[in-house]
Design a protein around this ligand. Structure first.
Ligand SMILES: Cc1cc2nc3c(=O)[nH]c(=O)nc-3n(C[C@H](O)[C@H](O)[C@H](O)COP(=O)(O)O)c2cc1C
Length: 190
């Protein structure tokens, strides 16, 4: 089984990075092949909205996105780590999704999108400085998860329950958080 981990936090020592490092270790221990993509280390230019990808099935911009597209297509399981930015996903992650419309959906019947990534499952891990339960109740971590989940679902990717960690200004990631990560990865690999 191939697991792809996408880190959309710029903070190498941050909460998301710590949890994703643990997620990778758990996935590898379980025998999965595991790739990690840190979006801030990649050259990802913004979508130009030219729509050329919809017919050419490739993006005319030459940067690191082609390899990221291949990594997503060849993954069985995807783990996305995202700090909450403005109750949403970080721009770098949205930018990645903007560049990937052509691998997520095609034109289907009645003008509706046809999902192209069926058969994959995903876990979203989100953090926010807003403490719990407010980070969930007021759309902070929950807004981040929802906006990512909507895109994944359009591609036909099934989501397992997310992990949401609030209050990160006042606390570091704990052993308990990592145990939650381990259990979530276990569920994802089933
Ligand atoms: C540009 C920006 C926007 C943010 N917006 C929010 C927000 O809307 N709500 C919130 O609770 N925290 C917000 N935060 C705080 C981050 O979500 C928080 O610091 C997170 O835990 C960082 O995770 P990391 O250590 O994994 O990078 C924002 C941080 C940045 C840099």
């Amino acid at each position: 089984m191939r697991v792809l981990i996408i880190n959309s936090s710029p903070r190498r020592e941050g909460n998301i990075s710590g949890m994703l490092t643990h997620a990778a270790a758990v996935a590898k221990d379980a025998g999965a092949e595991c790739d990690v993509i840190s979006l801030y280390d990649r050259d990802i230019r913004p979508c130009r909205g030219c729509m050329a990808c919809r017919s050419a099935l490739a993006c005319p911009i030459h940067d690191d996105m082609a390899s990221i597209a291949e990594a997503i297509k060849s993954a069985d399981r995807i783990i996305i780590g995202a700090p909450c930015y403005w109750a949403n996903m970080p721009g770098v992650l949205k930018n990645m999704f903007d560049r990937l419309v052509y691998i997520f959906i095609a034109d289907g019947e009645h003008g509706l999108p046809r999902p192209l990534l069926k058969g994959r499952r995903a876990l979203v891990i989100a953090t926010a400085t807003t403490p719990m339960p407010f980070a969930r109740l007021f759309g902070q971590t929950s807004g981040t998860v929802k906006s990512i989940g909507r895109i994944l679902k359009m591609g036909g990717i099934k989501l397992i329950p997310s992990l949401q960690i609030g209050g990160t200004r006042r606390r570091d990631i704990t052993g308990r958080d990592l145990r939650h990560v381990g259990r979530a990865v276990g569920r994802l690999l089933k």
